[in-house]
Design a protein around this ligand. Structure first.
Ligand SMILES: NC(=O)c1ccc[n+]([C@@H]2O[C@H](COP(=O)([O-])OP(=O)(O)OC[C@H]3O[C@@H](n4cnc5c(N)ncnc54)[C@H](O)[C@@H]3O)[C@@H](O)[C@H]2O)c1
Length: 369
């Protein structure tokens, strides 16, 4: 990146649906805590009413009918790409070519080749790129990651996760495109599980190989609502992920994780603040309360990025921490992340899982072209 911005970061949002609105709310939280930090100044959506409604949340913001109006606006520093997956590649390439810093939602693209093109465009333009792999800011996963790495935990033995969500075309995720081949990159594995593939590698190190089976019950062809994936980690241990899109409307999107190291068992029934059940080798059994999870999370986040301190009151919201990091990075106050590289790596891993499911064999990531 060139010189850090020494003034308010001016943002254009493309896509004023569920996640575009979420980012606007997070940037609002940040602007309320630090008025000099950020302002949304332009919003584009194919649906003009959605763009108008979101722009109205910011005093200076205008909606616009074409994405070009954001790319050509020299006063805009950064673009948030919050549209359906098939549109990411083109919007990201155009954003980078116009010199805008880029926040792109997950999955980065329809496949890892396209995701790689986005990475190259960012590198060529010398702009900052960040991908919306927000699970890295889950308080419980941050705390579990740190505890598993403590010396006394011993070697990692196993991880098991279940990730489930109502098939996301109704309720909180009422978007028809999620069941449209050609617009979505796939089903539960790529559109939700990509978070889990990323967080597994972030928590436990690189993945060596994958074996996966998928099933399509309610989705269009290629849009799986079930996947069972076995992971072999380079460190020599194994994990399982069960990914489900069900039809239980009132069940919130959620995850359960269990990990065993030689001397430690941790389990958690939420992907947010806990509590975490714990057993230790010497006989201790108990739980880490939500308050304690948040205390440890705050310490871990602030140790790495002390500049986020003014946003401490919002640390329970992973999206708030994620977006604050992107803006602080543009202002030269901390490192961005997860970067586009992480998005490409996660997409490659999911692609290996799809290849495994299609061929009925384990797939080594090193063999993936
Ligand atoms: N990180 C997360 O937790 C998370 C959560 C939800 C969605 N997402 C991702 O965010 C993206 C958007 O998902 P969503 O839930 O907000 O979808 P959504 O359907 O709620 O909103 C998408 C919006 O994009 C607009 N749009 C479609 N094509 C466009 C184009 N070419 N140009 C401009 N606007 C366009 C639509 O009119 C709609 O308003 C997807 O990639 C999805 O996977 C990430």
């Amino acid at each position: 990146m060139g010189s850090p911005l020494k003034r308010q970061v001016r943002v254009g949002i493309i896509g004023a649906g569920l996640i575009g609105r979420t980012h606007s709310l997070m940037l609002r939280l940040l602007a309320d805590a630090l008025p000099e930090s950020v302002a949304v100044t332009r919003v584009h959506d194919l649906d003009a009413a959605a763009a108008d409604a979101l722009a109205s949340k910011w005093p200076e913001a205008k909606s616009c009918a074409r994405a070009e109006q954001i790319f050509d606006d020299g006063s805009i520093d950064a673009v948030f790409v919050c549209t359906p997956t098939a549109t990411h590649r083109e919007l990201c390439l155009r954003a980078a070519a116009s010199g805008k810093h880029l926040f792109c939602e997950k999955p980065l693209a329809m496949n890892s080749a396209e995701a790689g093109e986005i990475r190259e465009a960012i590198e060529r333009a010398g702009v900052v790129g960040q991908v919306g792999l927000v699970l890295r800011f889950s308080p419980v996963y941050t705390v579990i990651r740190a505890m598993a790495a403590e010396e006394g935990a011993g070697r990692m033995l196993a991880v098991t996760m279940r990730d489930d969500q109502d098939f996301p075309i109704r309720g909180a995720h009422a978007s028809e495109w999620r069941n449209q081949p050609g617009v979505t990159a796939g089903g539960t594995l790529i559109e939700h599980g990509v978070h889990d593939f990323d967080v597994f590698a972030w928590m436990f190190g690189p993945i060596r190989s994958l074996y996966c089976r998928t099933r399509v019950l309610n989705g269009a062809p290629g849009i799986e609502d079930f996947a069972a994936t076995e992971f072999e980690f380079e460190a020599g241990f194994y994990g399982q992920l069960t990914s489900v899109w069900h039809r239980i409307l009132n069940r919130p999107s959620n995850r359960r994780i269990e990990i065993f190291t030689e001397n430690l068992f941790l389990a958690c029934d939420t992907d947010s603040a806990g509590p975490i059940a714990i057993q230790r080798g010497e006989g201790y059994e108990g739980k880490i309360t939500e308050e304690e999870v948040m205390r440890r999370y705050q310490d871990l986040v602030l140790r790495e990025r002390p500049c986020l301190s003014p946003l401490r009151h919002a640390f329970r919201i992973p999206y708030a921490v994620q977006d604050a990091i992107f803006i602080a990075a543009l202002r030269g106050q901390c490192a961005p992340g997860p970067g586009i590289d992480a998005g490409v790596a996660a997409q490659r891993s999911v692609e290996a899982a799809y290849r495994s499911a299609a061929r009925g064999i384990a797939v080594d990531l090193a063999d993936l072209k």
